[in-house]
Design a protein around this ligand. Structure first.
Ligand SMILES: NC(=O)c1ccc[n+]([C@@H]2O[C@H](COP(=O)([O-])OP(=O)(O)OC[C@H]3O[C@@H](n4cnc5c(N)ncnc54)[C@H](O)[C@@H]3O)[C@@H](O)[C@H]2O)c1
Ligand SMILES: O=c1ccn([C@@H]2O[C@H](COP(=O)(O)OP(=O)(O)O[C@H]3O[C@H](CO)[C@@H](O)[C@H](O)[C@H]3O)[C@@H](O)[C@H]2O)c(=O)[nH]1
Length: 433
């Protein structure tokens, strides 16, 4: 099949390269010329395990990148994988996505074959009509309102996690097809047929708005689960109890499940914070206040300050040199969007500490937030001479740190992710243990 993927960021690149790997002819469209050049050179524009190899294997063959929408009608399906960032009030900004939908519509107005346009981006159900309207606007009078006879609109939300995006795409827990047009659903079947031949996954067939609500509910549930274990974890800490021992035990109950019970600094990233806020804002616009979602956000917002309080108990932060280990919002990615490192660094600076930060891959991205921060080239360099350390991201390499702590001026570590082994000579505090 010929497939377009519009937007070549974290989702779009994974989708485009993975679809090419499944045997489809894929055109990746992005307005960013550097991204397009990287893809055509066989390089992934982002850090994501396995992605470089996939792009290198298929670039110039089944994967082609361009800034032009001209060839859009040549394909059967176009996926829109464009950013939907938060506005100040928490609602999502569909501006870039609508612009892409309109350009896709304009290009399709020139074609004559049936075509399915699928929203991969995460869009709150009440905002989905904005995207459909933008597509119709692009299609113009000839095709607008043709009831999906030639150009159909659908939603196919994505559930991949950064850091494991390629394997998550290849082995999904479920596929959600949001379209009420029969031929459009059949096209989605064709897109995913090679994937399903290798990995059996249930398909949920529904309308576009329900498909998007499934996406939001999925993220809200997981974010709230982490916030609940963090709320319980804060109680455990006060009681002198190890939350990880408690979590391991409650996770044995099938109704609870062992995953997403890692307590600590809470959730960051481009999805949980944005999507919970978007859901809260959209719900409150209807007059309903989602109490548990609001509490999940509140607990999450508290954790960075709690970590800094624990450090302050051991080190006078005013004038102290503090190593921050980890800048990415989770291991395996260079993404720093809403990373917990940001509020941790801000709180440390507010209390007068001089921060030296280290991350294996995310330093360059964090420079955009904190251009004047001191960045170290290794964890060892960051720790050398430091009066204290805060562990923010659970990178494996931090678990291997040992004698490196001896080079600290004062070997105090507050661990926000349960990665550091307690050892003699180290003053160690866990955030919820
Ligand atoms: N990042 C994730 O793990 C993840 C997972 C599931 C769903 N999502 C959702 O997927 C969507 C995309 O997220 P992302 O993290 O990949 O975003 P991103 O910012 O990494 O990528 C978006 C890309 O779209 C490009 N773009 C913007 N306007 C364009 C246009 N008019 N035409 C062509 N390209 C254009 C940008 O240059 C950028 O490369 C969001 O709605 C997000 O919520 C993200
Ligand atoms: O037990 C846990 C699990 C996760 N986290 C934190 O939660 C955040 C999100 O982690 P994760 O869900 O693994 O990564 P994302 O890439 O943000 O993926 C989430 O967001 C994506 C975008 O919507 C969805 O597609 C995925 O299904 C959903 O898991 C990170 O800061 C993690 O450190 C914890 O603190 N404890």
């Amino acid at each position: 099949m010929r497939i377009n993927v519009v937007g070549s960021g974290y989702v779009g690149t994974t989708l485009a390269a993975s679809l090419a790997d499944l045997g489809h002819e894929v055109t990746a469209i992005d307005i960013d010329e550097e991204i397009v050049a990287a893809l055509n050179d066989g390089r992934a524009p982002i850090h994501e395990p396995e992605l470089d190899d996939l792009v290198a294997e298929h670039a110039g063959d089944r994967l082609r990148a361009t800034t032009s929408y001209d060839d859009v009608p040549e394909a059967d399906v176009t996926f829109l994988a464009i950013q939907t960032p938060s506005r100040e009030d928490g609602s999502i900004d569909t501006g870039a996505l609508c612009a892409a939908a309109e350009m896709t519509g304009e290009a399709l107005a020139e074609g004559s074959d049936r075509h399915l346009v699928v929203v991969k981006s995460t869009v709150a159900p009440p905002s989905l009509p904005e995207v459909a309207d933008a597509l119709e606007k692009g299609l113009g009078e000839a095709l607008a309102g043709d009831g999906g006879n030639r150009v159909a609109f659908g939603a196919n939300p994505e559930f991949l996690r950064e850091g494991t995006a390629v394997s998550d795409f290849r082995e999904p827990d479920k596929l959600v097809f949001g379209t009420t047009v029969e031929w459009a659903a059949e096209l989605l079947d064709d897109v995913y047929a090679p994937l399903l031949a290798e990995h059996d996954a249930p398909i949920v067939r529904t309308d576009p708005a329900t498909a998007m609500m499934i996406k939001y509910a999925n993220n809200a549930f997981l974010a709230a689960k982490v916030s609940l274990i963090n709320d319980l974890g804060n109680v455990c800490k006060e009681f002198g109890v190890d939350t990880y021992e408690v979590a391991e035990a409650i996770g044995l109950d099938d109704r609870i499940g062992e995953r997403f019970l890692r307590s600590g600094l809470g959730w960051g990233g481009s999805c949980f914070p944005k999507d919970t806020n978007a859901l809260i804002t959209a719900a409150e616009a209807t007059g309903y206040v989602p109490a548990i979602l609001n509490a999940a956000v509140e607990v999450n917002d508290r954790q960075p300050e709690r970590l800094v309080d624990l450090l302050q108990d051991e080190v006078d932060l005013a004038g102290a040199r503090i190593a921050v280990l980890g800048l990415a919002f989770k291991p395996g990615t260079d993404d720093v969007r809403n990373s917990r490192a940001i509020p941790v660094i801000e709180a440390l600076q507010k209390r007068g500490a001089a921060v030296v930060a280290y991350d294996p891959v995310a330093t360059e991205n964090m420079r955009e937030h904190f251009p004047d921060l001191e960045y170290a080239d290794s964890a060892t360099d960051a720790l050398t001479g430091a009066d204290g350390a805060a562990v923010v991201t659970d990178w494996d390499e931090f678990a291997a740190l040992d004698s490196e702590f001896d080079a600290m001026a004062d070997p105090v570590v507050v661990d926000g992710r349960r990665v550091i082994e307690r050892r003699e000579g180290l003053t160690y505090e866990g955030l919820t243990w």
